[in-house]
Design a protein around this ligand. Structure first.
Ligand code: 0O2
Length: 228
């Protein structure tokens, strides 16, 4: 048994332990997000999160990211230069939900936000819109507590739809998207922005009306109470 364990290359164990660290950090952040969502739902009677997905970056993808930065594939470089080994994607209904979630995350105890990238206010040249955070969270393993990075991408349903189609197209053309398709994608990104603004305005109008009706209703109850 001991011989078998000794024959497992040290590097493999080191890699698996590193991945365990990222997996644990991701689960920790996911738990916090689920709790925040439930708390928000109790206070505001609706849930800002439509759905959440998460993934650990594949070794191939980590390798490619290091290659793009001219860095050799080592454990140290991986942890230093690849900040999205653990990734969480949160999809919301409205743009306002994204900013509410960001401020809730900012108030989390021992979750440190290291980087904000607002690709909604500053859309990428490709047309990509999303809000990215790099957070650091402590993970306790046998050898101690290690602060580990997790990338959180927050976007609306419409932004997510655009990103997933664009990702497929980019993959199909091996990153060299023909100019006319790039223009079409930019046009779609404008439509996404317009749709998100329209839906938010519509939602606000409906809720304002509902709140006014509630006021009317409360007034009726109050005047009825005067007769009792
Ligand atoms: P995957 O498969 O999602 O992991 P980079 O630009 O990647 O060298 P950085 O700082 O990590 O450097 O980039 P950024 O822009 O903060 O976030 C990178 C991630 O955002 C990407 O991860 C994508 O998930 C997403 N993203 C960024 N730009 C675009 C875009 O134009 N289109 C789409 N569809 N997604 C985008 P990876 O590692 O590229 O891939």
């Amino acid at each position: 048994m001991n011989k078998m364990i000794q024959s497992i290359p040290k590097i493999k164990i080191q890699y698996e332990k590193t991945m365990l660290l990222y997996q644990a950090a991701m689960e920790e952040v996911l738990t916090r997000i689920h709790i925040l969502n439930r708390e928000f739902k109790i206070e505001n009677a609706y849930s800002p999160i439509e759905h959440i997905s998460s993934r650990i970056k594949t070794p191939k993808s980590i390798y490619q990211k290091l290659q793009r930065q001219n860095q050799p594939f080592t454990m140290e470089n991986m942890m230093k230069f690849v900040h999205d080994i653990a990734g969480i994607r949160i999809v919301c209904k409205f743009t306002s939900d994204i900013y509410s979630l960001v401020s809730l995350l900012e108030n989390q105890h021992d979750l440190q936000i290291l980087e904000h990238k607002d690709y909604i206010k500053n859309r990428k040249d490709s047309g990509y819109q999303s809000y990215h955070l790099i957070v650091s969270i402590p993970v306790s393993l046998t050898e101690g507590c290690i602060n580990t990075l997790v990338e959180i991408q927050i976007r609306t349903i419409a932004m997510d739809f655009w990103a997933s189609i664009e990702h497929k197209i980019r993959y199909k053309y091996d990153k060299e998207i023909p100019p006319h398709i790039q223009r079409e994608l930019l046009e779609c990104s404008d439509i996404v922005r317009f749709l998100d603004q329209k839906m938010l305005a519509l939602n606000e109008e409906i809720y304002e009306e509902e709140a006014n009706h509630k006021d009317d209703y409360e007034q009726i109850i109050d005047s009825l109470k005067a007769f009792i």
